[in-house]
Design a protein around this ligand. Structure first.
Ligand code: AMP
Length: 212
């Protein structure tokens, strides 16, 4: 099963799990957050950063256009792992239209559940590198403080991982994204996994769901 959405609150480990699954299933990892961050310096990037830094969602019209464009690229012709899209019901409806137009269907929606208190601890201790590597100051620190193990660049804290932004992202998630759990639950494509274990444990659980 390779037409997969990863759903879950910020800090649930969606990005980490999507990257692992992408390698195991040989399917492209499509992270709308990464696409927006890579657009820094362009008009889209600066418009999006205003929303992102406040922990708010970028407007649906922008996101739907972006995902439509991404699906027109050859690498997602057979498979995809969506990470961070959809985040609203209109985005999910638009994705359904795009897939119908391509005569494809969604195989699986993985919902990663993590308690709020743990999400806040995880996000405030997260440090990232521009190469895409992610660290946790306590559970997964880099070998040398502040420096990426993978490429040697300086690690930084995302603006939206600052406390005020984190709180806003969690409340936006509850209001706008959580309704997707029922949306996909009613379609019968949803599997919920406990996201509070180790990265490897969760990856095994997700892989088992994706292969069943
Ligand atoms: P992420 O890296 O998935 O946590 O996304 C970082 C930020 O990018 C989010 O807090 C939003 O501001 C924005 N973003 C990413 N994906 C979407 C989406 N599908 N809809 C709206 N905003 C998004």
């Amino acid at each position: 099963m390779v037409n997969i959405i990863l759903l879950g609150p910020p800090g649930s480990g969606k990005g980490t799990q999507a990257a692992l699954l992408s390698g195991k299933l040989n399917a492209p990892h499509i992270s709308t957050g990464d696409i927006l961050r890579r657009a820094a310096g362009t008009e889209l990037g600066s418009r999006a950063a205003e929303y992102m830094n406040r922990g708010e969602l970028v407007p649906d019209s922008v996101m739907i256009e972006m995902i439509r464009d991404r699906f027109s690229q050859a690498d997602c012709a057979k498979a995809f792992i969506l990470d961070g899209y959809p985040r609203t019901i209109p985005q999910a409806d638009a994705l359904a239209d795009i897939l119908t137009g391509l005569d494809r269907r969604l195989d699986l929606v993985l919902n990663i559940e993590v308690p709020d208190a743990e999400l806040i601890t995880r996000l405030s201790a997260r440090r990232v590198c521009e190469c895409g590597a992610t660290y946790h100051l306590i559970f997964n620190p880099p070998e040398n403080e502040g420096v990426c193990d993978r490429c040697g660049k300086r690690l930084y804290q995302r603006d939206d991982d600052l406390e005020e932004s984190i709180k806003n992202r969690l409340s936006v998630y509850k209001k706008q994204t959580q309704p997707l759990i029922d949306y996909y639950g009613n379609m019968g494509t949803l599997v919920t996994v406990d996201g509070s274990g180790s990265i490897e444990q969760i990856a095994d659980e997700i892989c088992a769901a994706a292969k069943s």
